[in-house]
Structures are given as C-alpha cells and as structure tokens.
Design a protein around this ligand. Structure first.
Ligand code: N01
Length: 868
C-alpha cells in the first residue's frame, strides 16, 4: 500500500475519486493512455463498497461468472471464483489481486478524502483539495465514488444514547464481531439486513429484527459457480461477454415473450418456479415480459412470492408481516437470500413490525417501541444509503460561475447520459444518475463507462480539445428520456431509494436509467459516432459542438418501431387492397385485451347507400352521457370498428362520454364523396336518436383519427353550413387536413415511423381523383373555418401528418375558433390508438379526455344558435 509516501504531483491529467471496481479500472485505463492520474480513496485499501460492507453474510447477488472484470482475458484465466455468489472477503481479495497485478496502488492515495473541487475557467483545470491538506490541479475529475457509498444517518430518535455495541452494516469493523450469547437488534430489512440476519441468528441468544417495510426476497441457491454459465463462458468467452454487454441488465439471460396478463395459471406457475430454481435476480425480474409495466402481471409474481413466504414461515402473523403488499415487485430492490425467511422459525428470533408498533426511541438499554421496551447488547443498523446522488452532492464541487453541484441538483440530478453535467466541464460520473448503474450488473456498466470516458479523453487529446461539457439541450433531452422510461413502469409508485424516497427531504426523482444496458450502450455509441453529439468541446485552436438530443422518441414507441422493422412487414402500398385490410386487422388483433367499459353494443343505422354498422361504448357511470361520434382511421381504405376499438373504449372511460363508432364505406370501392356522405348521415341520425341511445344530443361532438379525423373535420364544416345538427366540439387525432404532401414532416418522417409518405400517396390514389383534392370536403384546411365548433387537434411529433394537423389548428385559431393543440411528444401516427401497447400515450389520452370534458360538460349547456 502506498498511502502518503510521495507528494502528489500538482498538475495531473485526471483525479479519480474512489478505488473500488470503477476507480481501479479508470486508473488503469488512464495509465494505459499515459495520462498522469491519481486516485483518492477514503478507505485504507482498495475495494470500495466491498471494503466497507464486510458484515457477516455479505455477498454479491450477481453470479460471479458475470460480477467480474472482463477487459483482460488474462485476469479471467488467473482468477477463479469459488462460489456462485462470492463472499465479501473473496470479492475484496479479487480487487486486491487486480490492484496488485497492475500495480495500481502506487497511484492511489489511501485514507484521503476529496474535500472540494472547483473549476477554474482561466486555466481550464479543477482545483482539488483533500482532507490531508493536499492541493492539486487536474484537467479532469472522475467521480468513481460509488452509488451506495454514503450511509444514511438513521433517522431514529435517541440513537446516540445506547450504551451497548452499535454496528452499521455499511461501516463494519475489520475485526470479527462475536455475537455468541448476546441479545441483538437488527434495524432494517433491505439487502443488507436480509443478508446479515441469518448469520447473526446462528450466534445470538436472542435476535429481534425491526422491520418497517417487508422486502421481496427469493432464494439465492448459492453453491459452486453455475455450471451452465461457466460452460458457456469457457466455450466462447468473447461471445459470452458480448452477450452480457448487449443485454438488458448486463448479464445474459433468456428474455421471455410470456405476458403475465394473458398466460394461463399453469404457465404462470411454471415460469415462476423456473425463476425460483435459477436463483438469479434477473430471472425473477423477468418472469413475464410485462411485469415492470403492468400492475396485474406484477401482482401475479408478487403473490407467488408471498405464497412462498407463507409456506416457509410457520407463525402466520409473522409470515403475513413479512409479505410485502404496498408496492409492486421489483420497484424496491429485490433480494436474494440464504435462509432469511426460515430464520424466523427459530425460537430465539422475533420480527417486530414497525408499522404496528413504531420505534419511539433508542434507549440506554435498547429500543422502545410504542408497545414494548427491548433490552439489547448490540444494535445493528442496516438502514441504507443516500443513493446515487448522495456521494456526489455531499462533496463541495463547484462548477462554472460558482454554482455547486448541490445547488444545480437541488431538485434532482440532471445529467447527460449519467456521465456528465452541464456547467461542470471535464467532470465525469462513473455509473452516475441517469445511467443503468444500480439496475444492472455493475461490473458491466462500470466497464462501459470507464471505457467511454477513457476513449473520450483520448479523443480530446488527439484533436487538441482541452474541455468538454454537455449542452443544456442535450442534457434536458436526456433527462426527459430518463423520465419517460421510468414513467411507463410501476417504479414511481414505490417509496424506494431508486426514487430518493428513503432520505427525508431528498427530491423524489427516479435516479437510474431503466431503458436497459443495451439501449443505453447504443445511445452512448451514437453520441460518439455523431461527433460527440450534445457536447461542447473546446481547445486553444479548435471548437466543436454538434448540439442535439440523442433520444427523442418515447421509449415504448422506439421498441415498437424496432419490433415492426424486425418483423419485416411488407409496406402497405405494396399489397393488394384486400391483403392490406387483412394485415391491418391482424395487427390490431395482436394487441392486448382492450380496457373494459360499462357496455359495448353493436347496431346499424341508415346510410345513403345502405345500412352502416356502428358500435356504442357506454361508460360504467350513470347516464345520460354526452355523445361522441367517432370515425376510425385507415386512409379511407382500411380499418373498421374493431381496429379502433381500444381507443374508443379508452375515450369513453376517460372522458365519460358515450362513444358511437361508425363504419363507413371505403375506397377504392366507394371513393370520395361516399365516406363523407356516410359520415354526415351517421352524425345526423345519432343526433336525432341520441336520447334513445342514452346520450345527450345537445352535447354531441365528432371525433376521428387520421382519415377518420378528416371526415370529422369535414362533417363539422358541412353541419355549420347546413345549420344542423349542432356539434359541440371536434376531436381531431392526427388529422388529414390537406392533400398537399410537400410539407416538411412528409420528408422528415417519410419512412420508419409507421405511417409513411408512400402510404399516404397510396391512400390518396384510392380515395380521390387529383382533380377533386382541392375540395374542402377532401381537404378541410382549404375550407371556410369561421364558426366551427371548438376543436382539440392532436399531432404526433414523428408523424408525416404533423404539419398539416398543426396548420389546421393554427388556421382554426386564426378564424376565431377555440382550439387546443396537443403535441404528442415523441409519438408517431399510431401511438394514440395503441392503448395498452404504447403506455407512454396514456398521459396524452388523459389530456385529450380532460379537454373533451371541457367542451362537453356532463351537464349540457344550452345549444348554441344554429347560425354559429
Ligand atoms: O439499504 P436499503 P441496504 N427505521 O435502503 C430500513 C445494495 N446491496 O443497505 O424500506 C426503521 O435497501 C428501511 O426501511 P424502509 C442493493 O442495491 C446489495 O439494505 O425505508 N427502518 C429498509 O428496510 C441494495 O438495495 C447487496 O421502510 C429503517 C432498510 O432500513 C442497496 O445496496 C447487499 C429506518 C434499508 O434498506 C441498499 O441496501 C447489500 C428507520 N428510521 C446491499 N431507516 C448484495 O447482495 C431505514 N430503515 C450485492
């Protein structure tokens, strides 16, 4: 160990903070690049989290085949793990072995804390101070200080009063702690508590576990490293590592396409048992493909885990208290255990449910709850960490203009890729907030970050740049993407440390990136390939800034587009009309079961050329309801009542309106103006028969999606000219409003976003002769817009129809029509209709429903004069 032998060089290329998994590798990469660097480490030796968390039972919970460095095949040859989940001493020995092998300790200053770092713009360097009085300058500051390294101070009354021994799992003593014959309390039942309880129970004469929130835990089935993984690794090391790097969680495992919602009970149980058998975190986190998003699917997994707990724990009251019930499985970090639940069957072990009897105070003798006074010899706190942001904002780090990181992140972290933050040049966070880090196999995520940073520093040196900093645009875009990814999951429902909820006063923000290690790695690579997109690079003779946002699509839309591409579905315009209709119907039928409504009834109404089918969706609430006539999309050629069924149900439920979806004749068999005539006839009939349908005809609105929105807009213009029927509002979802396909959105989103420009051409060919396409009944944007009903116009950011929808909203407003334009950010043409597939569309549909309620209040206003 080098310690403080030599004085620190004043002007370094980089200072690395931390000498755990990340700091060691960062130091090595810097040395390989011949960039002078030093690491500052608070502990007396290497190891990071594995140096401090040396409590009995501490182990990793990612199999050691994968919880290991992979950058050098030689260390993989030289080191072999003895267990599936290695103990803390073995992992610490491994990190010591790596440090020795590369002689890393000579560049690490142990027992040295970073006290402050301030960016000096004048010489483009960080001014760094340590608690040992060192003052040094460096070009780059790399925070490899860990995500779970700052212990939370237990927010319990009287902690300082206890006269017995006090231990923190996160700061365990080096010498062995003997619990034989002692009365011990453990406070906290997260991963640390769950690991420490069984070994303490083996020694103690009495063990009381104080639990505030029960945790989901499944058996680790520890033993030798798993044969299957070891064989795969030895068979093809490179392929094995490659698969892990490009997996969702940083460890390869089989992804399932089984949905917990649609699978049979037998299949559900079978999949669950397989996951339990595997004893791996990602197996239990991936029992179903939808358990992260769907509450019903998640509840199946949660309940099967609870059933296990009830089977294991003999005392029913204790078993029940150990069953987590108030957050979805996986939204608090789940645990792998060895005999945790079994421990509560031992006669000297007791669980205290703090929800029933909260702690009043720690006393000189022990712990008082509202119901009992306990006497202890030892109290063990396993109360967790100020995760992810804590280790960063609790150091005095000052960026440009004297702003500290703590100030900048006062409302939650703001990063670009979880790697950097604007206003703090040449500042990197290894596995920082906004990156997959704690949701992934840390070994893989650490290597990826270290390599990205090292490559970046190498690039800067080669190109003559001396500073790098994200732009505000890029950072805001990434923050939005991180939030978008979390928002479609069940995570925001839990009071977890992922959400910052375990630390009083900490902003409630989902801290890591949940889009997956694979998706994240792609984004990081793309940033580099696009000339460090979103970074401002400067040097004495060079400047570079390719500003932009790396991910703008909603995450589920992006996955959907990838799936469609992978399926190789033929372009609609290459098919016959019949085949195109069949494909349209088939893709709608593949969607999950639609939402329930009060009543769905099919009927027919008279049209100008025969009966038209309609389907009525009645909300479950008491009627009568405002009426909404809906026209499906499909370019006047495709679609029917079934294809837009889910959207109609969703509208009926959310807006509490009676939706009547009407089938109309299709082109090319019935070209313009047949669909318009049908739509008009339907609106007239529904207006006349609204009361019989259970609606309030005086608040009748029209709605439609795409070509259906075109019909709705046209009907409004004709009804205004005719003076009847009265239409209270129009909801135009991604409307076709013009026949001019030269607007920029047709070029920008011509292909790759579901609706293509070629498809629109095909639809127009079938629908209307070119000579008729300027008719306002075809292109309502060209009609007179004054006196039309209030409108809600929804456009998609990635939709060829975006610009004409926007143009219609603007023209309506210019004509004095009350109009609300909703831009569906990150969405494509079909997003809104894909209820329960595109979950990120839900807030947009909620906003639409809110606007509908506005122009269609349940208590009908007096009908407006017909002349309006
Ligand atoms: O911390 P935690 P941890 N009164 O925050 C309770 C990793 N890790 O150290 O949930 C009473 O999860 C708190 O209760 P509640 C892993 O990522 C990995 O266990 O806030 N109780 C909770 O039960 C893990 O997620 C391994 O209601 C109080 C517990 O203390 C992360 O580190 C091993 C309390 C804290 O649980 C953190 O785990 C260990 C109070 N005032 C850790 N305050 C591996 O296996 C807090 N609690 C690799």
């Amino acid at each position: 160990m080098t310690g403080r032998d030599s004085p620190l060089q004043d002007d370094l290329h980089a200072v690395v903070v931390g000498a755990g998994f990340s700091g060691l590798y960062m130091l090595l990469r810097l040395r390989q690049l011949s960039l002078p660097a030093v690491a500052l480490e608070e502990a007396a030796d290497v190891g990071g989290t594995w140096y401090w968390n040396r409590y009995p039972g501490a182990r990793c919970d990612i199999p050691t085949t994968d919880y290991t460095y992979s950058f050098d095949p030689e260390i993989e040859e030289a080191w072999s793990w003895s267990e599936k989940y290695a103990t803390q001493p073995e992992i610490l020995a491994y990190l010591g072995f790596v440090a020795d092998r590369y002689d890393l300790r000579r560049d690490i200053r142990f027992s040295t804390c970073l006290v402050s770092a301030a960016w000096d713009d004048t010489d483009a360097r960080w001014q760094v101070r340590t608690d040992r009085g060192d003052e040094l300058r460096c070009h780059h500051l790399v925070m490899a200080s860990g995500c779970l390294s700052l212990p939370k101070t237990p927010d319990i009354e009287g902690t300082g009063r206890f006269r017995g021994r006090v231990h923190f799992t996160s700061r365990w003593p080096h010498e062995e702690v003997d619990f034989a014959g002692r009365r011990v309390a453990v406070v906290g039942t997260g991963s640390s508590g769950i690991q420490v309880v069984p070994p303490i129970a083996e020694q103690a004469s009495q063990l009381v576990v104080f639990q505030r929130t029960p945790n989901f835990s499944v058996p680790a089935h520890n033993g030798p490293p798993p044969e299957k993984r070891v064989q795969a690794l030895h068979a093809d090391r490179q392929a094995y590592r490659h698969a892990a790097r490009w997996s969702r969680g940083g460890i390869s495992y089989e992804m399932t396409d089984v949905s917990g919602v649609t699978a049979t009970e037998d299949v559900r149980r079978q999949r669950f048992e397989q996951a339990i058998e595997a004893g791996e975190l990602f197996s239990i986190l991936g029992v179903f493909n939808d358990q992260v998003f769907n509450a019903v699917s998640n509840e199946h997994v949660s309940e099967m885990i609870r059933e296990r707990i009830r089977r294991i724990v003999r005392d029913p009251e204790t078993a029940e208290a150990l069953c987590p019930k108030d957050y979805p499985f996986g939204t608090k970090r789940p645990c792998l255990d060895t005999d945790y639940f079994e421990t509560f069957n031992l006669p000297h072990v007791r669980l205290i449910d703090l929800r029933k009897q909260p702690i009043v105070s720690v006393t000189e003798e022990g712990i008082d709850t509202t119901d009992e006074s306990f006497v202890f010899d030892d109290i063990v706190y396993a109360t967790g960490f100020d995760a992810m942001t804590g280790p960063l904002v609790n150091v005095d780090i000052t960026g440009r203009h004297g702003i500290t990181l703590k100030q900048k992140w006062a409302h939650g972290p703001s990063t670009y890729l979880g790697l950097a933050t604007s206003g703090f040049p040449n500042f990197f966070t290894i596995t920082g907030p906004g990156s997959p880090s704690v949701l992934s196999n840390m070994a893989v995520s650490i290597e990826q970050h270290v390599e990205w940073v090292a490559d970046c520093l190498d690039f800067m040196r080669r190109k003559g740049f001396d500073t790098l900093e994200p732009t505000d645009t890029a950072e805001a875009g990434w923050n939005q993407h991180v939030l978008d990814c979390a928002s479609i999951t069940l995570h925001p429902q839990a009071d977890s440390w992922y959400m910052g909820a375990n630390v009083p006063g900490k902003p409630r923000v989902f801290l890591p990136y949940i889009g997956g290690v694979d998706a994240y790695r792609t984004a990081c690579q793309e940033v580099v390939e696009k000339g460090y997109l979103g970074f401002q690079l400067s040097g004495p003779s060079a400047q570079q800034c390719n500003d932009g946002v790396v991910r703008r699509l909603q995450p589920d839309v992006s996955i959907l587009l990838q799936m469609v591409e992978a399926l190789g579905v033929p372009p609609i315009e290459s098919l016959s009309v019949d085949d195109a209709r069949a494909l349209w119907r088939a893709s709608a039928a593949m969607r999950p079961p639609p939402p329930e409504v009060g009543e769905v009834a099919d009927g027919t109404l008279p049209g100008p050329a025969g009966d038209l089918a309609y389907r009525l969706y009645r909300p479950a609430t008491a009627g009568p309801h405002p009426l909404m006539v809906y026209f499906h999309g499909g370019g006047w050629v495709l679609g029917d009542l079934d294809t837009d069924d889910a959207l109609c149900r969703d509208l009926a439920r959310r807006a509490d309106v009676l939706v009547v979806s009407v089938g109309y004749r299709h082109a090319p068999e019935a070209r313009f103006p047949a669909p318009v005539e049908d739509a008009l006839a339907a609106v007239r009939w529904i207006s006349a028969n609204g009361v019989a349908l259970g609606g309030m005809p005086e608040t009748l609105a029209v709605a439609g999606w795409s070509a259906g929105a075109n019909l709705a807009a046209v009907v409004c213009q004709i009804a205004r000219d005719d003076g009847a029927p009265h239409i209270a509002g129009q909801l135009l979802l991604h409307p076709v409003t013009d026949s001019d396909l030269s607007r920029p959105s047709y070029r920008e989103f011509a292909d790759g976003y579901m609706l293509t420009t070629a498809m629109m051409d095909w639809f127009w060919e079938h629908y209307a002769d070119p000579s008729r396409r300027a008719d306002p009944r075809v292109a309502p944007l060209r009609g007179r817009l004054q006196g039309l009903p209030p409108a809600v116009v929804v456009t998609g950011e990635f939709d060829p129809l975006r610009d004409e929808g926007l143009a219609y909203a603007q023209a309506l407003a210019a004509a004095g029509v009350p109009v609300e334009h909703i831009c569906a950010r990150g969405h494509v043409h079909t997003s809104i209709t894909m209820v329960d597939v595109v979950l990120s569309g839900a807030p947009v549909r909620a906003q639409i429903a809110e606007r509908i309620r506005h122009f269609m209040p349940a208590t009908a206003p007096a009908p407006a004069p017909a002349a309006l």
